[in-house]
Design a binder for this molecule. Structure first.
Ligand code: SF4
Length: 341
């Protein structure tokens, strides 16, 4: 394959990008240490989730599970409860399974190469390369949405697939691969944004073919709209505790198995309309109408004391409704599942 960037240009891009990163990178909590456990947790949380949403959850999660051993020894329901608000719970299940494997089959030693990381559950090519380069200094490039956009604009070409990975690998700084990978993602997240890139402040503007947005190729799929109805039912128990009625999804449900949510409100079981919230999941925008329910609904659910709710693995929607209803405190990650970094 012919090199996309000539060697002198590659050297200049590396030098400028790393100098800029050293001065301007955001002080994110997972950048305080290259300890593999912390890097791995952050990379899993950052998949499909905004940085701002991850920050609080990351710190709380590490307080709850400060070591690999603590995570591996925890019950899955405890891990899911600590993950609550980040969404895409499959990530938490896979991460927990991987922790058990590392402890039981690798003597608690993390793999040191991207190839070995990919043997673990929930670790794809991107995450494997990110952890191996940041935590172990393996000279291997990452490609995520930000890197893809930066490389396409720098080269002026619609790079895709293996060509994109090879271009990223050719450009990688082999002495500081972890920092270089993070610098590419940081540039895409803060300067070379999808809309209105800040080319005047870009450290690699002199080497950029596009110097701005590239022409769009295809329109994004339109968001679907759906209306759903759920019941919010509270009571005071005999010992004076506030309780709310929740239902648990089946263990074999294809989506969010074992998670807790509010019961659906059928047309004939709705009381007064309490409020409406919006909730987006991938390509669907939901308008969620929350109705007061009655204790008749209790047959399919369980009364949960208000003080226990925060420890349950809740769906993102249930969390949002319970925050709005004043039974849970606000969590900034509860509604933010947009894109990584
Ligand atoms: Fe992106 Fe503009 Fe920098 Fe090119 S010059 S990499 S388009 S911010």
């Amino acid at each position: 394959m012919q090199a996309i960037f000539p060697i002198p240009k590659q050297c200049s891009i590396r030098k400028n990008l790393l100098s800029w990163y050293d001065l301007h990178r955001r002080p994110l909590p997972w950048r305080e240490s290259c300890e593999p456990y912390r890097v791995w947790i952050s990379e899993i949380m950052l998949q499909q989730t905004r940085v701002a949403a991850v920050i609080e959850h990351y710190q709380k999660f590490l307080r709850r599970f400060p070591t690999l051993q603590k995570l591996a020894a925890a019950r899955q329901s405890t891990v899911l409860a600590a993950w609550s608000g980040l969404g895409y719970y499959r990530r938490a299940r896979m991460m927990h399974a991987a922790a058990k494997i590392i402890v039981r089959s690798h003597g608690g030693q993390f793999p040191q190469t991207a190839e070995a990381w990919q043997e673990l559950p929930g670790i794809g090519r991107y995450t494997a390369a990110a952890v191996a380069s940041i935590a172990f200094g393996e000279p291997i490039a990452v490609v995520d949405g930000n890197v893809e956009r930066v490389l396409q604009r720098l080269s002026g070409k619609r790079l895709a697939g293996e060509n994109l990975w090879q271009t990223a690998q050719a450009l990688l700084d082999r002495e500081r691969p972890g920092d270089f990978n993070q610098a590419m993602m940081e540039l895409g997240a803060t300067i070379c944004a999808p809309r209105q890139p800040q080319c005047l402040t870009c450290p690699v503007v002199d080497f950029c073919a596009a110097r701005g947005e590239m022409e769009a190729t295809a329109k994004a799929a339109p968001q679907k709209k759906r209306e759903i109805h759920c019941s919010f039912t509270c009571r005071d128990s005999s010992d004076g505790q506030r309780e709310v009625l929740l239902v648990q999804r089946g263990r074999d449900a294809s989506l969010m198995p074992g998670m807790w949510e509010l019961p659906r409100a059928k047309a004939d079981s709705r009381g007064a309309l309490l409020f409406t919230v919006r909730h987006s999941i991938t390509v669907t925008d939901y308008r969620v109408h929350v109705w007061s329910g009655s204790e008749d609904l209790a047959a399919g659910g369980k009364w949960i004391p208000a003080k226990r709710i925060a420890r349950l693995p809740l769906t993102g929607l249930a969390r949002k409704v319970l925050v709005k209803a004043g039974l849970l405190s606000f969590s900034p990650g509860s509604s933010a599942l947009l894109r990584n970094r």
